[in-house]
Design a protein around this ligand. Sequence first.
Ligand code: AMP
Length: 301
Amino acid sequence: MTFHHCCSTFTLQIKIEVRAIEIIHTAKEMQARSDRNRREGKTIVFVPTMGYLHEGHLSLMRTGLRHGDDLVVSIFVNPTQFGPGEDLDAYPRDMDRDLELARKEGVAAVFAPHAKEIYSRGYQTYVALKKLPGHLCGISRPIHFRGVATVCTKLFNIVKPHVAVFGRKDYQQLLVIRRMVQDLNFDITIIGAPIVRESDGLAMSSRNTYLTPEQRISALTLYTSLQNARGRVESGEKDAAEIIAAASELIMSRPETAIDYIAVCDPETLDDVTTIEQPVLMALAVKVGTTRLIDNMILTP
Ligand code: AMP
């Protein structure tokens, strides 16, 4: 833009730069880009997502930019982490909106492969952890964490990040990734980022879009029951069964709720805790109508 001050020779030039975002669909192209940027000394920071981005995802991107200068986001609804009868086909998608949000956050490249690019004909290799998936979400979703560990392994090999950021909203997933990265010697630093909530406390999730206004009110009981539990533990309650019973009663008092699990457990191993003597993870999964929601909180006595 050129600004002409009347009659003077003074010229002010303002450069408006609209940053482009690279959109990459194939593993080969993504690997080549990462090799190039690594050679140039860039620090690649990676945020894997299934898209339909919300503030929770955007907060991971902002955290990412504090740890690296080449921010890559993947948008891939990974079929191997969905069981039969789950919402793979219904999962919300809006690529144009996602790309615009990512561009505004300073994302340099989005990796958005087709499922066939990730799982080619004859695919047969999976990454499975022995113990962590035997808890919480892994009980009602028996193939879920195998799908997560497998796709993250593949995405790590494709994006070749130095750093990857995951949300604590999916607490068990973060533990699975940390364990896998350690067990398989991935040279990647894993960062855990806090849960981003709506103003009333509901944890943000792409799946919240499925909720009717009535179900949205029921969904809030995930958060309010965690908050109540935190209050009770801070006031000296040590009995995990009492905490779980109170949460269960509150959630079941609302229409259309069905509890998958409410657990009070060790924040590292996810083994159940009966007496709360040190910080514990309280985690829950509840179906509201047909929408399965999860949330968690650390409770500190
Ligand atoms: P998803 O697209 O649901 O697979 O999530 C991609 C990443 O965003 C995961 O690391 C999630 O833990 C994280 N995430 C999703 N929702 C939230 C949230 N409300 N707060 C923080 N992180 C989140």
